[in-house]
Design a protein around this ligand. Structure first.
Ligand code: PLP
Length: 315
């Protein structure tokens, strides 16, 4: 399956600026279609969410199609898709929501392969609860973090394991499905940082076994925000502090205040842009999977060119 990089480049005005963008953590550049969707949402009639008038319907529609788009991208349930300002903000919020039920003697597991956004919030929440923090190391020779290394830190007291699906520094990918099986065997929850995994792999949250999967649309052509995917039934069991007037509904319960409808429309446009890269027809989910396979292949080719001897398709 081919990926026409030259044709795709033409949709990115910033790529004619003369800069070469090598900074993955700095985020992707933005295609015209995403900027247009943001502008359109802001310039047509818009109000708070509702069903009575066109401005209300436009706001409501932006939210609904955003959840469906992200569910298609992540293989998730749209009712479990939570919007946030960033992956960091979502992780901080949930570390507090979840940490409220932790006690002295409970154990939280974090990894040395992770970005601090998936470490510090859990350490601080554990400190507040009097819970113990345990660390998982990666193999310094290979940069790989194994399921065995995670399993060695698990006990009957483990409440949550936080681990990345792909290292932002070296690109290694821990075996999340095997880690999930081990974590669930002791009755704990698995929080997966998918910020660097999502732009480089086809995500299937259910197949990964992640209880929570967080990502950042600005790392895959969208605007600056964060998204969480989780099972709605699990979200129903979590009760954050919130305003008396705000809804108890899931996932809205976790999205404080008025939502940025324009950014949500930008995320939807980014997902549609990615789906349009697929060389085949089919449902948007099917096209996203195919597009991701094509992109992964293209990236593997670039990697092989720059680092002869590296595996063509990193596991
Ligand atoms: C692996 C990883 N996790 C989390 C984050 C934080 O994401 P955000 O900027 O959406 O808070 C980053 C940021 O670069 C990251 O690289």
């Amino acid at each position: 399956m081919t990926y026409d990089a030259l044709a795709v480049r033409s949709h990115f005005p910033s790529l004619s600026s003369g800069f070469a963008h090598f900074d993955g953590p700095g985020g992707t550049q933005t295609p015209r279609q995403v900027a247009a969707a943001i502008a359109l949402t802001l310039t047509r009639p818009l109000s708070n969410r509702g069903s009575g008038s066109l401005p209300e319907q436009n706001a409501d529609n932006a939210v609904t199609v955003f959840r469906t788009a992200m569910a298609d991208l992540l293989g998730a349930d749209p009712h479990g898709v939570v919007y946030g300002r960033s992956a960091t903000q979502i992780t901080y919020d949930f570390s507090r929501h979840l940490g409220r039920s932790w006690n002295v003697g409970d154990e939280i597991v974090v990894s040395r392969l992770d970005h601090d956004a998936n470490i510090r919030p859990w350490i601080q929440a554990a400190e507040h609860a009097g819970a113990t923090v345990k660390w998982v190391d990666f193999d310094p020779a290979t940069g790989e973090l194994s399921a065995e290394a995670v399993t060695a830190q698990l006990t009957e007291h483990t409440r949550l394991v936080a681990v990345t699906a792909a290292s932002n520094l070296i690109g290694t990918r821990p075996p999340i499905a095997a880690i999930a099986a081990a974590v669930h065997s002791v009755g704990a929850l698995l929080w997966v940082d998918g910020v660097h995994y999502t732009p480089h792999a086809s995500v299937d949250v259910a197949a990964l076994g992640a209880d929570f999967f967080v990502c950042s649309p600005y790392k895959f052509l969208g605007p600056h925000c964060g998204v969480l995917a989780a099972d709605p039934a699990l979200l129903e069991r979590i009760h954050p502090d919130k305003l008396a007037t705000s809804t108890e509904m899931v996932p809205e319960r976790f999205e404080f205040g008025t939502l940025p409808y324009e950014l949500m429309a930008g995320v939807t446009a980014a997902v549609d842009f990615l789906a349009a890269l697929a060389p085949i027809g089919g449902s948007r989910r099917e096209r996203l999977v195919q597009a991701s396979i094509a992109l992964e292949h293209h990236e593997a080719g670039l990697l092989a060119e720059s680092r002869p001897g590296w595996p063509l398709c990193p596991a």
